[in-house]
Every structure is written in structure tokens, then in C-alpha cells.
Design a protein around this ligand. Sequence first.
Ligand code: ZN
Length: 424
Amino acid sequence: MPFMPEAETMPRAQLKEVQLERLVKTLTHIEKNNPFYLKHLKGLTAKDIKSLEDIQKFPFLTKEDLRKGYPFKWACTPQRAFARMHMSSGTTGTPVINPMTAADVRQWGEIMARCLAAAGLTPDDILQITPSFGLFNGGFGFHYGAERLGAMIIPIGPGRSELQLKFIKELGTTAIAGIASYPLRLIEVAKKIGFDFHQTKLRVGIFGAEVWSDEMRQKIEREMGITTFDIIGMTETGGVGLGIDCEYKNGIHVWEDHYLIEIIDPKTGELLPDGQEGEMVITTLTREGLPLIRYRTGDITAILSRETCKCGRTMLRIKRIKGRTDDMIVIKGVNFYPKQIESLIMGLEGAYGQYQIVLKKIEGKDYMLLQVEYEGERPEEFKERLHKKIYDFLGFNVDIEILPVGSLPRQPGKAVRVIDERSK
Ligand code: ZN
């Protein structure tokens, strides 16, 4: 059941009107409050918008642009209107700060409540929130959403896996939220201590912040006995909650009354037709502190459908994120994303879920080593089958190392899947 049926199932003609009106409002807000931002827009303003298509005349905004405006150059309200901030999780360089007004925090709560409802949660649910509560937006996003929905919150935060399991069992947790590599860690600890997820009330997992394959998803669902939902969003767009898939799992619904989405060719910047893969570009329609006009997210996806979904929502659906433009690996002239390798690994029985792609230059030539943890009885056979699958996919051989479970380093926070030592 949608959290806000009148918005989520709005006829698309009406939705377009809402988008147009809010786009004009957002541009007027920028023009009124931030000359620096207006200059970036090359003087284009609300008066240049007659239809939604006119957005294509506007320049893109990149992460680099936002970095250059650190900390508050892009902000469109006076500092006293800021209620709080979150910061992008990038590990290097100048961070991106999103200053949020009280209205922005409310908007966040609303879209997150919609996401939780799409995942089948109701006020009867107990949500265990495992992302951190801090500069990273995950913990707070789920918190606001659950609060708005009226579900009970267990704000446990990251790590402490044994306590996580104890709570799942003893407090009757029905849903868990986390970054996409965390469930694997929980499964690992559960196995170690003989914990059986199937003996608990846990039925829903909502995961995001990282790219995860369908095959990984199947493993998580099987081993934890839950249904999973893929949630998207980032600090720049106002945090997690930009969209989520629904019970029909036929793409990720994007909350279009809050966000205008375009898919572009990352090389040329040209708008791509529905169905074609490219980079997701987001324009925010209801944000005050840091409104975005044509922000290049770096996420690779495609618009799947603008038809009404079986769930009744009219909001368009996109493909699960394939990767980020800056995660793309180019080796021996072949381009691919780590997720595609993950799919091949996880499609084989006995794959544990932990893997690492190591790239090096040896005597001036590209070299790739794939390290994979395996939990079955026949490592040689597994290696041979994986070898063949990787060869069929890439068109060249890579070195594969099959390792016992627990061999690869476990990272706190986001998983490190690729180690590229080629520039060293
Ligand atoms: Zn749906």
C-alpha cells in the first residue's frame, strides 16, 4: 500500500504539471538566493522553462563543481536556515556537504516513508537500522522514514554483528536496513555462532549505497529467509530514498514529484531514449538547501518503463544500478563493471560472496587477478568453471585464486572490490 497514494499513483499528465511547476519554483529559488549558482547556469532562469524538455538547455552540475563550492557556495538559503548537514562518503579529496533546511529534512522523511511502505513496512514493523548515524546519510534517512511511517526503530548503527543477531531474535525485528555488503557479514557471523534466520520474524531487508548483483541478492534472500529491496539515493540528492523497487521487483521507482530524472550518454551528454543505458542525471524539485539542476550522479542505469506498475504506482522505473562511471574497469580494451564479475561468480554454486579484483601493470602490460572465496568441496572444479565464464565474458584469460572463507580483508563500511595498482 503506497504511503501517499494521491502522489504515488498520480496520472502521469498531472505528474508532469507538478514537475513543471516545481522546476520553475526551484529555479526561481536559485535565482533569488545564489548569484554564484546563477552564474553556473549561464544566466538561464525559470523564464527559460516552458516545458520539462527545456531542462536540456541547462548545463550539467558535477561532483567536481560541488567540491569546488565547498563548503556552502552552492547553498540557496542563508546559513541560519540550515537545520543540519550530511557529507558525501568519498574517501579522498574535498567532500561535498549537503546543508539541509527543516523542510528538506521533512521532504527526506516523506520519501523515505514511501520507500519503507514500498518494501511492505507498516506501523506494525520493527526496523533495525544498521548504517551509521553520522555524516553518512544512511542511518538518519531510515530513521526519519520509519518515524514518519510510525514503525518502531532500533537505531543500532553499524558493526556489533552478534548484538545485531541477538536483537533480531530477541526483540522481534521484522525488517533490517543496511549497506548492501552488510548482510553478507551478518550471514557469516550467524553461521559462526549457529544462528538461524529462519527461526526469527525477520522478513524484509532494505539495502543500498553499494552496487549489488541479482545473484548476490538471491544468496542474501535464500540464506536470511527474507525479501530484499534495493534502495537508491545519495548525499547530493538529499540522502537515501530517491527510489526503491516495489514488491513486483520490476525496476526501481523514482519519486518523480520530487526528482526529475534524465539518462544521458556519459561521453556526449546527449539525452538517451528509454531503455538505453547511460548516466543518471537528477534535478531536484523540492529541495531548498542544495537544489540540484542536472546533477550527474555517475550511476549507470536505464529507464525501464513509464507504464503504471502492478503495484499501482505511476512513478517511472529504472534498472538496478549497474555501476558508477568512475568504477568502470578498462583492461585490454574491454570495459566492464565489478558488478558484472560479481554476477558471474555468484551464479556458481559454492561462491561465498567475498571477492576482489586486483589490477596491476606487469612489464608494461595490464594484468588482472581475481580472488574469490569459496565454501564448497570442489575448489578446482569451481575455479575451472569460473575461468570459463570469465573468459566468455571478457574474451581473455585472467588469473583466478580460490581462497577459503575468511581470507580476504573485511572492511568496515563499504566493501572494497577493486584494487587498481596500475598507476603506481
Ligand atoms: Zn511497483
